[in-house]
Design a protein around this ligand. Structure first.
Ligand code: URP
Ligand code: ZN
Ligand code: ZN
Length: 458
């Protein structure tokens, strides 16, 4: 006789963005089908989650698996990166296409899908990068949005890599994306300021890691945010600012919001728990990432905005490199590949340095890492909340088992961790993706590739 439920997660504290309740969760097939104080029927599998928190599977809306950067590739592909994601409680990642010079957007989507398909252990979606000849590509945008690729991304920097678009091009892309119901993401840094400061530092022989932060300054971030927000306001279009790193950038965004700009703000754990002091330590160039790490004062301003609701989403910008890749330019800041691993530590860090330290509630954490990203990415009918009818993407977290981050414990391909030695106040014990176990008793158990490509609702 089959049991009425495939899985029941019993006795846990179920945490949603709008509240936490002691409940049993019943799963049948790929869906959550029951939530009740005490489910009477039995399940094929029963998990005792007493003294545990039961969260919806988290969403990392900003990853870069195996992308080309500065003559090399970020080291995680969709397979290794998705194992790391699962072990950190992430059940959906959203990555970015890579548009080659001269390439049509739909071709870049197809190429990226070929890299992800049959490789990802977690569900995934794609944002479409528009980096080359934006005016020529505008005509493709409405059809891409209709077919479920509704988020696009542009860069106001990385001119040397051929990825920067100009402000008139930005306006044109934002206009088309907005008028067709999509959402534009922006990497906001003023390129002219960065190029001038970089050239000045390099010419003066200042090539150590700290000059990364002194070349890619908070002012450059704030200037680009102000310019972009002004255009967004003129078009009355929503604009998603990725990886906000600084107090100056935050203030520019909040000023623009006060004038009516519809900005959605994302920050990343590295800007909340690390500072530019890392650049002055031994091997400081390992921490080179863009935007640069900032000061303690910046992290405090960002935490306040995360807690108070001014920042909407926390994602990782996962873009890892090995020690060998980081060392290839002998520590020269502007030649070191930029990016950090992050997908496995997103939720543990936000829990430990946010919830456990009293900066944010566990419900706010769910809003930042699950409910809000699901909403902005058009996945909210299925993801981001524990409710009957939603995908059975579940994370069981034991908040009573502290440990310390050490690179060999991580599951991605980076052989170092930017968070080495940091205290974590709990363990991801179980993870389910659409009812299938990915993590059981803290061990990755995903056998076959289960991850599916998600297309957004309109
Ligand atoms: O340094 C970083 N974050 N590299 C990845 C590309 C980007 O700017 O998001
Ligand atoms: Zn970026
Ligand atoms: Zn990024």
């Amino acid at each position: 006789m089959p049991q009425p439920f495939d899985i029941i997660i019993r006795n846990g504290q179920v945490v949603n963005a709008d509240g936490s309740v002691h409940l049993d969760v019943g799963i049948r097939g790929s869906k959550i089908v029951a939530l009740s104080a005490a489910i009477e029927d039995a399940g094929e599998t029963e998990i005792d989650a007493a003294k545990r928190l039961v969260f919806p599977g988290f969403i990392d809306g900003h990853t870069h698996m195996g992308i080309p950067i500065m003559g090399t590739h970020s080291i995680d592909d969709f397979e290794s990166g998705s194992v790391a994601a699962a072990c950190g409680g992430i059940t959906t990642i959203v990555d970015f296409t890579v548009q080659q010079p001269g390439e049509a957007l739909h071709e870049s989507v197809k190429e990226r899908l070929d890299k992800a398909d049959s490789k990802s252990h977690v569900d995934y979606a794609l944002h479409v990068n528009v980096t080359d000849q934006p005016h020529k590509r505008l005509v493709e945008i409405p059809e891409l949005i209709r077919s479920g690729y509704s988020a696009f991304k542009v860069f106001s920097t990385y001119r040397e890599a051929g990825m920067m678009i100009t402000w008139p091009e930005f306006r044109a892309v934002l206009d088309v994306v907005h008028r067709n119901g999509g959402l534009l993401f922006l990497h906001a840094e003023d390129n002219a300021l960065i190029e001038a400061q970089t050239a000045q530092n390099v010419t003066a022989g200042h090539k150590a890691a700290i000059y990364h932060a002194r070349s890619r300054t908070s002012e450059a971030e704030a200037k680009a945010i102000a310019a972009a927000a002004q255009i967004a306001r003129e078009l009355d279009a929503r604009l998603y600012i990725v990886h906000l790193s600084s107090r100056a950038g935050l203030e520019a965004a909040l000023e623009a919001r006060a004038l009516g700009a519809k900005l959605i703000l994302e920050t990343c754990p590295q800007y909340l728990v690390l500072t530019e002091e890392k650049y002055e330590q031994r091997n400081g160039h390992y921490w080179i990432t863009t935007p640069a790490l900032r000061t303690q004062e910046d992290t405090e301003a960002l935490w306040q905005a995360v807690a108070g609701g001014d920042i909407d989403v926390v994602a990782t910008d996962h873009c890892p490199f090995t020690v060998e890749q980081k060392n290839a330019a002998m520590g020269t800041f502007h030649l070191t590949p930029n990016g950090l691993p992050g997908v496995e530590t997103l939720f543990p860090l936000l829990y430990s340095y946010g919830v456990a330290r009293g900066r944010i509630s566990q419900e706010r954490l769910v809003e930042l890492l699950a409910t809000a990203p699901a909403r902005y990415l058009g996945l909210d009918e299925r993801k981001g909340t524990i409710q009957p009818g939603a995908d059975a993407d579940i994370v069981v977290w034991n908040p009573n088992t502290p440990w310390q981050i050490q690179a060999p414990l991580m599951h991605g391909k980076a052989d170092w961790s930017p968070y080495e030695g940091m205290d974590i106040s709990g363990r991801v014990e179980h993870v389910f993706l659409r009812g299938q176990p990915l993590v059981t008793d803290t061990e990755f158990v995903g056998q076959q590739i289960q991850g599916r490509c998600l297309h957004r609702k309109q």
